[in-house]
Ligand binder design. Sequence first.
Ligand SMILES: Nc1ncnc2c1ncn2[C@@H]1O[C@H](COP(=O)(O)OP(=O)(O)O)[C@@H](O)[C@H]1O
Ligand SMILES: [Mg+2]
Length: 226
Amino acid sequence: MPVITMSSPKGGAGKTTSLAVLATQLAKTARVAIIDADKNHPIVTWSEQPGFPENIEVISDITEENFWDRLDDAARRVPFVLIDPEGTANVISSHAISAADLVVIPLQASQLDADQAQRAIRQVANQERSSRRKIATRILFTKTSTAIQTRTLKHLKAELAEAGVACFETQLVDREAFRAMFSFGGTLELLDSRQVSSPEKAVANARAFAAEVLQVLKGQERERTT
Ligand SMILES: Nc1ncnc2c1ncn2[C@@H]1O[C@H](COP(=O)(O)OP(=O)(O)O)[C@@H](O)[C@H]1O
Ligand SMILES: [Mg+2]
């Protein structure tokens, strides 16, 4: 029942998109619950369109008071729970971090966004102190260009490595298909090349991201049992 939380105090970092991409990949083989804690409910809107996977359930009636009940209930029933908090640091986003087996911090490759990531990392560190346990955290570079790495990206990676923060190898590339999922509904696999260009590249990117998430979770499982 791993709980995966997308976290970033910055709106537009790619939390909801990355979560949806991950959810649809995991849902190919397992049931997934998404806790949509954003007041605008972007995941609910997406789920109401055609093609939404039957394996994914969306829980949206989340308050500070019922958060832990809703989470425990979902975690009992399904193998993966994914949490999409609002883009501001609030009580629910703190709960979502302290509940997580893995926190994913989406980050665009600009120095301004990196400052926001530092805030997100500090938020995780605070939850680690209050829950007195280590919380696995990974930065996910999002909306990156398909071209060779920009100098800013290289610089940011070096900076993060120095601060001891791990990044996913996989980056979620800037692709029309990741936006189109929300406008057409359903999964990346349902998009065809008349709707967006190279949907298969987005699918390959999504698979690599999900595989890496599973690898991190497996590593944790091994650590727990040895
Ligand atoms: N990998 C990506 N490729 C293309 N567009 C993206 C990608 N990730 C996010 N976006 C777009 O960027 C905007 C913000 O993303 P979103 O996932 O809503 O961020 P957040 O949930 O952090 O506010 C949206 O318009 C979304 O479609
Ligand atoms: Mg969002």
